[in-house]
Design a protein around this ligand. Structure first.
Ligand code: ACO
Length: 311
């Protein structure tokens, strides 16, 4: 029987159809998805912090409401993704525990500081731009609930990227000091943004299997290259310099050549030693602890409601 189920799963993948929660799936496929979707959800939730810091300091009411909406979208993405993980049998409370105990990862990018308002713009442009490159192919991921969640998430990411770019365009039309602030934020975020795509292909333990299962559609290096090719003309239009002396158009390949990110730094940040790791996790932990009474009240309300229905 197991062989039949396994053959059916393989055929579903080979036909490029979706695997749904009630379908049989190999245990390793389920584990890989829970790992990736949980990390993705955690990234959205932790990702609220670097920009959230600027909500109370935004330079105008307009910027404040845009930023509010954006950070709220990220909370929505996180909840959406936790729900997708739950369809695989994961428990949301356990996933949160694992995050705050440092047993599950979240994206390296959210461990960098946001010292100026230009960082908010550059996060929208680079980080959400990188997220789009990485996540548009995930709309065709073999696991149905994750793929469907990605459709809405990508639409919102696209708004996020534009708000960042528009913010930077506005600053570039401003004073010399504002233009310098934009360039400095670009210098800070460029290399960490390239690291978001993960280790190079030769050093990416999960890629081969995830690509065979059609969870991932493109390798880490391929997506990194797409991001560079997409961003270079945007940088020219904005009037900033990307901080990579090796960056140039390669006529033969029809793509840009670029320098190698410091993957040792990526390893350090992933293993908890980035500039803001401790601060981010501590803040998440205290939010979780301070929210305990809300979860208890919601659970008590739901229990009472369930009792009413039974009458
Ligand atoms: N930050 C933190 N951890 C990373 C990063 C990163 N930028 N890149 C890779 N890793 C981790 C992997 O999670 C894996 O760790 P694990 O074995 O403990 O789970 C390890 O490094 C090895 O990497 P890969 O073999 O390349 O792992 P994988 O095949 O999962 O690819 C990738 C990594 C590309 C991030 C993939 O998981 C993915 O596409 N995830 C969905 C998108 C996502 O999570 N985006 C979050 C940021 S975008 C945003 O939220 C706005």
């Amino acid at each position: 029987h197991e062989e039949e189920l396994s053959a059916h799963f393989d055929a579903t993948i080979a036909r490029d159809q979706r695997v749904e929660p009630r379908d049989w799936m190999p245990e390793a496929y389920r584990r890989t998805l829970v790992r990736q979707i949980a990390q993705h959800a955690h990234s959205e939730i932790i990702g609220m912090q670097p920009e959230g810091d600027w909500i109370t300091k935004a330079p105008s009411l307009r910027r404040k409401s845009i930023l509010f909406a954006k950070v709220q979208d990220e909370a929505g993405h996180g909840l959406y993704l936790y729900s997708a993980a739950e369809t695989l049998g994961a428990d949301r409370a356990e996933l949160t525990e694992m995050l705050i105990e440092g047993r599950q990862k979240y994206s390296s990018i959210f461990n960098y500081p946001t010292p100026t308002f230009a960082d908010v713009g550059v996060i929208g442009w680079f980080v959400d731009g990188a997220a789009i490159c990485n996540q548009v192919p995930l709309c065709r991921c073999s696991y149905g609930p994750y793929a469907r969640a990605m459709i809405r998430v990508c639409k919102e990411e696209s708004f996020h990227q534009r708000q960042g770019y528009e913010l930077l365009m506005t600053m570039m039309r401003g004073t010399e000091a504002q233009r310098r602030m934009v360039q400095e934020a670009v210098d800070r975020w460029w290399w960490p943004s390239l690291m978001m795509f993960g280790p190079p292909d030769g050093d990416s333990p999960h890629s081969a299997k995830s690509m065979a299962w059609r969870i991932k559609r493109h390798s880490n290096d391929e997506l990194r290259q797409r991001f560079v090719d997409m961003t270079v003309p945007q940088a020219e239009h904005l009037g900033v310099t990307l901080p990579d002396p090796e960056l140039r158009w390669n006529e033969e390949r029809g793509r840009h050549d670029f320098g190698t990110p410091d993957f040792e730094e990526l390893k350090q940040v992933i293993s908890g030693n980035g500039p803001c790791n401790a601060e981010r996790v501590a803040r998440r932990r205290s939010a979780h602890e301070n929210g305990a009474w809300v979860r208890e009240a919601a659970a008590a309300h739901a229990a009472r409601h369930a009792g009413d229905r039974g009458k």
